[in-house]
Design a protein around this ligand. Sequence first.
Ligand code: ADP
Ligand code: MG
Length: 728
Amino acid sequence: MNSLRFEALNSLVKNNAQNEPFVSDSEAQFAQNVFNDLALQRSLNQQAYDEISKAIFKGSKISRALADQIAAAMKSWARAKGATHYTHWFQPLTGATAEKHESFFDLSDNATAIERFDGSQLVQQDPDASSFPSGGIRNTFEARGYSAWDPTSPAFIYGKTLCIPTIFVSYTGEALDYKTPLLRSSSALDKAATDVAKYFDKNTQKVYATLGWEQEYFLIDRSLAASRPDLILTGRTLMGHESSKGQQLNDHYFGSIPKRALAFMQELEYQSLMLGIPVKTRHNEVAPAQFELAPIFEEVNLSVDHNALLLDIMSKIAERHNFMVLLHEKPFTGINGSGKHNNWSLKTNTGVNLLSPGKTPMNNLQFLTFFINTIVAVLNHESLLRASIVSASNELRLGTDEAPLPIISVFIGEQLTAVLNNLEQVSEGKLSPQEKTDLKLNVIGKIPEILLDNTDQNRTSPFAFTGNKFEFRAVGSKTNCAKPMTVLNSIVAEQLITFKKKVDQHLKNPKMKKDDAIFNELRDSIKYIRTILFEGDGYSEAWIKQAKKRGLSPTTSTPDALQAYVAPKSISMFHTLDVFSKRELEARVQVDLEQYTHTLQIEGRTLGDIARNHIIPTAIQYQNTLIDNVKGLKEIYGATYKTHAKEQMVLIERISGHIAQINTGVNDMIEARKKANTIEDTAAKANAYHAQVKVYFDSIRYHCDKLELLVDNSIWPLAKYRELLFSR
Ligand code: ADP
Ligand code: MG
């Protein structure tokens, strides 16, 4: 039998001899292919450099003359490094990155070859955007989209192409990508947080969000994966019996990295460093064949770009090592899926982490202010925050095998809970000198010590405070970080604006001191946030009941969860902050709903196809062998053959039973799909796919997996879990 599965298994042995050519020398390599601040400084005159630095800091417009200068500098830098093409690089709502390469080469008026790349090519391109999802924003009569240079994220060279990070908007200025709203949210957050930070330090001029993501992924042999249409088409296994050995022994986590995987990682790190992605940590994850990579945190826009870039180059590099990278949130059932923890904090232009306690009580009051207001924001918009991370694939991960539940709650740890309890006792109005001293010395004065060991061992909390940052753990491995970060930035901005208004209101009373006013507001907030604070076992029945009682909204349906984007309070918040217009929000929900439906449609078709064209024929083939065997036994033994063929007869019957069940399941699923496909309304259609189509996946799979255990291993066409997960 020359199936792809066996060919792959045979070649695995040969594959193992991988060398390790990519040795990292971080200092020499870092950002070699990035046109960063240093490169700008080297190639521009002082005046131009000052002008661009100021524009980046303030987010102000760049003149055409300056753009021309920068374009010229960028081009000579890129040409000297061997680049032949340039592209605007952007992040459309497909979830992948997009690029359209243009050669530097052009023809002059008299048809001689020249090189052309000036300010206008740098600043704007108009890629034909009609094939990118827009959720109805772009009418067909105006298919043009514009990509416009984002000077806050430096250009880089990948391969032989100069890539210029850009936003992507419609002819009418509406966002068609993830970067545009992220930049808008950063600017709203900057303004709101700077105003509040000024209570504590008048010199604060700018606040920006920092993001450090932790990317989980699976690495499996490419040739083995080729035997699985489900992996190729959907990025996950739609069937496959669990391996006898899974992650029970915990022997993979932090274990020594397999040699072949290490060679891949070394090349990935080498390329990442060259591109300025400050990768730092790598290790085996909990599930077999699962790994994690984490960089040093950066300003959120840059960090989002770096993650999108990483996902792109990961798959390309994996190919060279005959691996397939699985970025799907739940490629295998029964073992952990992959998430992407988003570590988020706030940093000032003076270098202060606002979620890190300082040395003085005032610093710690600042810490408490940002800490508590963030939690208030999460409570105000818990379902919106969830909407930013749900998808067909993350739906399979959330709430299973250690992943957080799709109910947003906040973990802060025992000690900080105690601090909040004490603060809640503060009396209303102006504090007495005794009360103040007590508070400063015994409550907030102790924060830095207690935070030293504030880690959350209960990894199932979706949103946890971990010492000097919040860690949003419900984010899926494939998700573009801009989605959750845009929401988080916005809700915190909104809350900080509200907070400042209230504090300023208190301060109208001339007797009220600033710290008293802040204490008063924080005390009220502490009472409020009790609803979202949860430290216990997220998986217990009791929590799910309690969460409902608290008014939190558990839902396991992505189409349902997405509606939070267009709830009146979300629309109003995003509008006030200038992050999304109502039309943009509706468009995004459309795109996500369509993506959900299409994903389930493809999965359903693929599942039906494999079940009917791979599994059933294989089962029949084996059943025929059994039938021949029974016939042979009858020939030998005559009337008493049944005593010898008992097991075989049982097997024959069981195989028939499973085949019948698979057929019924596939037929019913096809009917359900046909019905769902007639629905016009996007939300109703996605709901039908969730409630009426998806339900067949498990039962069809169940019978296929049973057959996997019955049928002769040597004719089974699909690589098995044990082979995908444990082949080295
Ligand atoms: P863990 O136990 O989750 O691995 P680490 O301390 O190693 O915790 O940090 C994990 C991630 O948190 C890293 O990607 C790191 O860059 C990021 N991180 C650390 N400090 C901050 C911060 N102030 N803002 C944003 N991310 C941060
Ligand atoms: Mg983490």
